[in-house]
Design a protein around this ligand. Structure first.
Ligand SMILES: [Fe+2]
Ligand SMILES: [Fe+2]
Length: 343
């Protein structure tokens, strides 16, 4: 690919000269007699080097260089001048000129000075290319790691639910419903990501509950219910000291997903917004999915009945605003369910 030069000079003859010399060393030169048009062209196109005459009517070379520099800081600018004046050269350098050519420009000097600059420009482009390539690679690798991390957390969540005879994609769906609700609640992309990765851990504390109680087919007595109600704190204890924002949020979610908006939940009887937003969100997602799924002891509820139930529980079990947002998301909820059906 040829490099491309912008050439600005009020005299056509000089432009033709630069074009001819440019062609000689393999650069395409785009020429302008009007500096303003030249600067506009520079703004809208990509150039690898700029040649600017000093003496031009209306806009002089120094001003033109300042304009070009304000658009691009890393393109070499060559000032071509008949004036032999050190202070002018100094001003041009201050304005951002990289190199000078004196009129009349001759081929050997043009070749030598421009050749160096173009060599630099080529390495610059190569570096940029390589940096871009690396950036792409890093982005892809990061995405892969994040996807794997999420998968690991989902599997960890499933381990706990498996003890409870909850199989299938409950955990994956709860993660997606929770992220959706966090988005509807106006949470940042980062926060949505955190709840997406932390929600799978809501029942991780069931690992610490005996299988005998978890799988008991008939009703539980008071002591047994008390033991099952320990799972939020057990999960919290397991996760709380992690430095990972996902696991930290998992600890909060584990501890708060059975709290109720009216303060009648467990383990701490927290009320309203005392319950962390993540806990209030996962509570809705978890109950919604449980009602919508087949369990050994129940058939799936029709969605209308679930919506009615959630609506009735506004301000009782659930945060009324979050329920409102959830009920408005029927299509998205269905789409998530279709993606993660239970086989
Ligand atoms: Fe739970
Ligand atoms: Fe659950």
């Amino acid at each position: 690919m040829n490099l491309k030069a912008l050439s600005i000079d009020d005299e056509k003859f000089n432009l033709m000269l630069i074009e001819a010399m440019g062609a000689e060393i393999g650069i395409d030169v785009v020429s302008f007699t009007d500096p303003r048009k030249g600067i506009d062209a520079f703004r809208s196109d990509t150039f690898d080097i700029v040649f600017i005459d000093y003496m031009m009517p209306e806009i002089d070379g120094i001003t033109a260089i300042q304009h070009i520099r304000s658009i691009a800081s890393d393109i070499p600018i060559v000032m071509i001048t008949a004036v032999d004046d050190n202070s002018l050269m100094l001003r041009a350098i201050e304005a951002g000129a990289t190199e000078f050519l004196r009129k009349p420009v001759n081929m050997p000097e043009f070749k030598a000075r421009t050749g160096n600059l173009l060599q630099l420009r080529k390495s610059q482009l190569l570096l940029k290319d390589r940096a871009k390539l690396l950036e792409d690679e890093v982005r892809k690798a990061t995405e892969k790691i994040l996807a794997r991390e999420h998968e690991t957390l989902v599997i960890l969540g499933r381990v706990a639910e498996y003890k409870d005879q909850e199989t299938g994609n409950h955990i994956a769906r709860v993660a997606h419903y929770s992220r959706l609700l966090a988005k509807k609640a106006g949470e940042s992309a980062e926060s949505q990501d955190i709840i997406f990765n932390a929600a799978p851990l809501h029942d991780i504390g069931k690992i610490g509950i005996s299988d005998f109680i978890l799988t008991k087919p008939e009703g539980l007595d008071i002591d047994e219910t008390g033991l099952i109600r320990k799972h939020p704190e057990i999960g919290y204890m397991i996760l709380k000291n992690s430095e990972s924002p996902f696991l930290q949020a998992g600890a909060i979610i584990s501890l708060t997903h059975h709290e109720r908006y009216d303060g009648c939940g467990y383990p701490n009887g927290l009320k309203g917004e005392e319950i962390h937003l993540y806990g209030r969100i996962v509570a809705i997602a978890d109950v919604y999915d449980a009602l919508f799924s087949k369990r050994p002891y129940k058939n799936p509820w029709p969605i209308e009945n679930i919506f009615e139930y959630l609506s009735n529980q506004k301000g009782k079990h659930f945060d009324p605003n979050l329920v409102e947002l959830f009920l408005k998301s029927k299509e998205e909820l269905r789409a998530i369910h279709a993606l993660f059906t239970d086989n």
